[in-house]
Design a protein around this ligand. Structure first.
Ligand code: DQA
Length: 144
């Protein structure tokens, strides 16, 4: 089973950006945590980050006929991007939306998620553990 983990803008700044909201773990820490969990549950992971909407669309499209699941934190594009929603719909790969913070308890605009409509689940407010929960869920979803 191959899971692609896709991270949107500013997530490369984890550990530096607003640690009161996103915590002190760096992006490298997040990658190591995801890789360790993948090894533990016996799945292959492909992890990427882009600050560009098109880069995220390309990463979603690249999962077509290649990956069994997608974990995506589209970051700020969650709240604006029809292109990312359409890409997830286009590939038909089971996708879980993840947010480190509890977007429902922040500014009103963060409660809007375009991508949610195309996802099998949304996990928000569980810190970086949310990524691991999303991987577990996809593994279960694929009957593995
Ligand atoms: C985020 C929440 C978004 O509103 C924000 O723009 C991010 C990160 C999260 O992981 O909590 O960049 O997706």
């Amino acid at each position: 089973m191959i899971i692609r983990v896709i991270n949107g803008p500013n997530l490369n700044m984890l550990g530096i950006r607003e640690p009161n909201i996103y915590g002190h773990e760096t992006y490298a820490d997040l990658v190591a945590k995801i890789e360790a969990h993948a090894a533990k549950i016996g799945v292959e992971v492909e992890i990427m980050q882009s600050n560009c909407e098109g880069g995220l669309v390309d990463a979603i499209q690249g999962a077509w006929q290649h990956c069994d699941g997608i974990v995506i934190n589209p970051a700020a594009y969650t709240h604006t991007s029809v292109a990312i929603l359409d890409a997830v719909k286009a590939v038909g790969v089971p996708t879980v939306e993840v947010h480190i913070s509890d977007v429902s308890k922040r500014e009103a605009f963060r409660s809007v998620s375009y991508i949610r409509a195309a996802c099998i689940a949304t996990i928000a407010g569980h810190g970086t553990d949310g990524y691991l929960e999303a991987m577990d869920l996809l593994k279960k979803e694929c009957g593995q």
